[in-house]
Ligand binder design. Structure first.
Ligand code: PLP
Length: 392
């Protein structure tokens, strides 16, 4: 009898970012004086907004007094935060959610990795390729077969519909790594497909704050028929610099049913069993994101990263490269002149001291591409562009 979950053997090597960290560390040891610019991992660099920090401090002080101390909170998140999410995130787009359709969590990675537990191991899963690796790996761990849907420059990074019916379809828009966003029409096509085939769409919208084009949907629930087929995931990580604080949420609408059963109470049951909620001060900090001053400060942070993205995009284009993304997302998807993105990683590190992410790490159709992120410092981003331009 095998005592281990053998599905783990189906995962490819190490998690991409650990592999890259190892390579960079080896390079730094060999070249201790190298001036490296990190445009690889998708982590923010600006500190938390002052309004968020003030909310954190206030909440920490509350924890110090017996009359305001809080212990375990509701597993689904405090009502004040779910209300702020409804009012701040959804009401402006004409979307009305019930408070118990919103599940506050410690970030989208856990939600995206965990939600598949609600489904049978025999479910057929389709995932855009290339994409954030968590969808694929969490389904492989659960023993499911995964169908990859190529997202290429030919289809404008909006994959064709699956040719065989699937039970689960993961979509990410704006996309990590391609930096492109699905149009309303493209998204409606997936929704129509899902309604026709009884497919559940898992819609990861972690980067929706980076959308500039007002015509693009910020939430899948802005589109017709989404509540019956889609779960949406959002995160405060890239929207408000919470990567180290940890807060996000999933929306599981009551109208979403599979085999006649509503998924909402099942996800509630799952969370109550395995999750004990997000720290009270962190939820107060997330609430502050939607306050008047919070919004202004955070909009300035997003604008800073958007400007970095513009510099990267235009700089690479001026140097004669083909580059996608960077307009509706903090990621640039650089079409390489070579098919080997791992070899290109080594070359860029060696010749320019610039660290990016090889596209192949996001799926087979990422090969031949390279991801750069806009989360760096402005001057270092400019410096990276000029070093890349000089590479020739
Ligand atoms: N979804 C996408 C597409 C991401 O790129 C990330 C993080 O990089 C996440 C979700 C997870 O974010 P977090 O767990 O920090 O909320």
């Amino acid at each position: 009898m095998n005592r281990l979950n053998e599905n783990f053997s189906r995962l490819e090597g190490d998690y991409l970012f650990s592999e890259i960290a190892r390579k960079v560390e080896a390079y730094r040891r060999a070249h201790p004086r190298a001036d490296l610019i990190r445009l690889g991992i998708g982590d923010v660099t600006l500190p938390l907004a002052p309004t968020v920090i003030a909310a954190l401090h206030r909440a920490v002080d509350e924890m110090a007094r017996p009359e305001t101390f809080r212990g375990y909170g509701p597993e689904q998140g405090y009502a004040f935060l779910r209300e702020a999410i409804q009012q701040g995130e959804y009401a402006p787009r004409g979307v009305q959610l019930e408070p118990d359709e919103i599940f506050v969590s410690d970030g989208s990675k856990c939600d995206l990795g965990n939600l598949q537990e609600l489904f049978s191991p025999r479910c057929r899963v389709a995932i855009a390729d290339p994409v954030y690796p968590v969808y694929r790996d969490s389904n492989l761990m659960a023993g499911r077969e995964v169908l990859l849907l190529p997202a290429t420059r030919e289809n404008h990074f909006a994959p064709e519909l699956p040719t065989t019916p699937v039970d689960l379809l993961y979509l990410c828009s704006p996309n990590n790594p391609t930096g492109t966003a699905l149009t309303r029409e493209a998204l409606q096509r997936y929704l129509d497909y899902a309604r026709e085939h009884g497919t559940v769409i898992l819609y990861d919208s972690a980067y929706s704050s980076y959308l500039r084009d007002p015509e693009l949907p910020r939430s899948i629930y802005e589109l017709d028929g989404a509540r019956e087929v889609a779960i949406e995931f959002k995160s405060f990580s890239k929207a408000a610099g919470f990567t180290g604080l940890r807060c996000g949420f999933a929306v599981v609408p009551h109208a979403l049913k599979v085999d006649g059963q509503s998924l909402n109470p099942r996800w509630f049951r799952r969370q109550c069993t395995k999750f004990n909620g997000v720290a009270y001060p962190v939820q107060r900090a997330a609430e502050a994101v939607y306050s008047e001053t919070g919004r202004i400060e955070i909009a300035a942070q997003i604008a800073y990263y958007q400007e970095n993205a513009r510099l990267l995009r235009e700089g690479l284009q001026a140097a004669g490269y083909e580059v996608y993304g960077g307009e509706q997302a903090p990621y640039l998807w650089w079409k390489l002149p070579t098919a080997d993105s791992l070899a290109f990683f080594d070359r860029l590190l060696d010749k320019c001291g610039v660290i990016g992410t090889p596209g192949v790490g996001f799926g087979p159709h990422g090969e031949g591409y390279f991801r750069l992120t806009a989360f760096g410092d402005r001057e270092r981003t400019r410096e990276a562009v000029s070093r890349i331009a000089a590479l020739g």
